[in-house]
Design a binder for this molecule. Structure first.
Ligand code: SF4
Length: 378
């Protein structure tokens, strides 16, 4: 891991005026042209995180760099990688008497095998949208006769907040509150993805918020084992340009390394306090990922000491899920093998109004971002 010295170091703050930002864009375009010449084709960069996917689409960077850089979305949109089986489990929970499901809004419309939480809510199930885990705990306090189950999706970024909420729940002896932990860990998913045959990736933009918690160090394997450059970046367009500049320079130098382009938030070892609270409540486990399958040590389950708050332990249910609809290309999109318009359902039977797959539901999903911002690009 390194912070590049010299002139580039001065660019590490995203507080650039519009002329400086334009100059940075021009530098990236110039560098990308050199890399394209060197590789014989535009480099393919994966933005791992759904927040980056949305920011790249929203800022127009994909269009500004057409022909110079090809972006592929990765497995970093939390609801997109939640497999159908887990959505079906949440739907089965919603059918039980005296249960209130607390969920972030993105998950509401993700299709399960036969329904969605949104449809079940319309049929009378108790499903509440929350904006923070603490809100779910407040719901439990306000509805003592209901069991409030928080459907906890997300990565290393959101899990500490859920852990803190658990600590408060225990302190307050809130017994009618539980968590269905579907939390996932990014580094093992990247290992699985890069082991796939024919992955097309030349470099990765890594999620700054995940690295804020775990640090840069857990991503070292990308350079060491796969000889790929990667840049930890923030979420402003200028942050992303800085990350791209770093990737391009590393490719030109043939010097794969993990570069921290978000030093105002990220350190080598991350946030020790957040890591401690995670260890207090969770244990690392095998997790089931849409598109990637079951990956060892890639999920967070509540540890034994927290079984009283573990919805999977309190309400063991067996669900049978149907396969994904024919022609749905979500798996290939999440593996970075296809772009959304390559899916035969894109914009036809699958739209944000009538999503067939989760990538069209979430604002962080690749298909939704394409549909919203790049539908009319030629
Ligand atoms: Fe999945 Fe729909 Fe995207 Fe196709 S267009 S990959 S079905 S979300």
């Amino acid at each position: 891991m390194s912070n590049r010295p010299g002139a580039q170091q001065q660019l590490l703050s995203p507080r650039l005026n519009k002329w400086q930002a334009k100059s940075l864009l021009n530098q990236v375009r110039l560098k990308a042209g050199q890399v394209r010449e060197h590789l014989g084709q535009p480099p393919v960069f994966m933005e791992v995180c759904g927040t980056h996917t949305a920011a790249i689409a929203h800022s127009g960077l994909r269009t500004l760099l057409t022909g110079l850089v090809e972006f592929r979305s990765g497995p970093g949109c939390p609801v997109c990688v939640t497999p159908r089986e887990d959505v079906d489990y949440a739907l089965a929970l919603a059918q039980l008497p005296n249960i209130t499901i607390a969920t972030f809004g993105d998950l509401l419309r993700v299709p399960g095998s036969l329904s969605s939480l949104e449809k079940e809510r319309a049929r009378g199930a108790q499903v509440e949208i929350i904006y923070s885990p603490a809100q779910a705990l407040q719901l439990a306090a306000a509805q003592p006769k209901q069991e409030v189950v928080l459907i906890a999706v997300g990565f290393e970024t959101t899990a500490p907040l859920v852990a803190l909420t658990l600590l408060v729940a225990r302190q307050k002896k809130q017994a009618n509150f539980s968590i269905l932990s579907l939390h996932k860990l990014i580094p093992p998913a990247l290992r699985t993805l890069l082991a796939l045959p024919k992955h097309p990736i030349d470099g990765l933009l890594l999620p700054g918020h995940v690295a804020t918690i775990i640090g840069c160090h857990p991503f070292d394997f990308l350079a060491q084992d796969y000889q790929l450059p990667a840049a930890v970046t923030g979420f402003e367009p200028v942050d992303i340009l800085l990350g791209l500049y770093s990737l391009l320079q590393n490719l030109l130098d043939n010097d794969p390394r993990i570069t921290n382009m978000y030093p105002r938030a990220v350190t080598k070892d991350g946030n020790a306090r957040a890591q401690r609270v995670l260890k207090e409540c969770f244990q690392v486990t095998t997790a089931n990922w849409r598109a990637l399958g079951k990956i060892p040590v890639s999920g967070l389950a509540l540890s034994k000491q927290w079984q009283d708050y573990d919805a999977a332990h309190k309400f063991p249910l067996s669900v049978t899920s149907l396969p994904d609809p024919p022609d749905c290309a979500c798996s290939h999109v999440l593996q970075g093998l296809l772009n959304p318009p390559d899916c035969p359902l894109y914009g036809q039977t699958c739209t944000p109004r009538q999503p067939v797959g989760p990538c069209m539901v979430s604002s962080e999903g690749a298909c939704a971002a394409y549909f919203r911002y790049q539908r009319y690009d030629s």
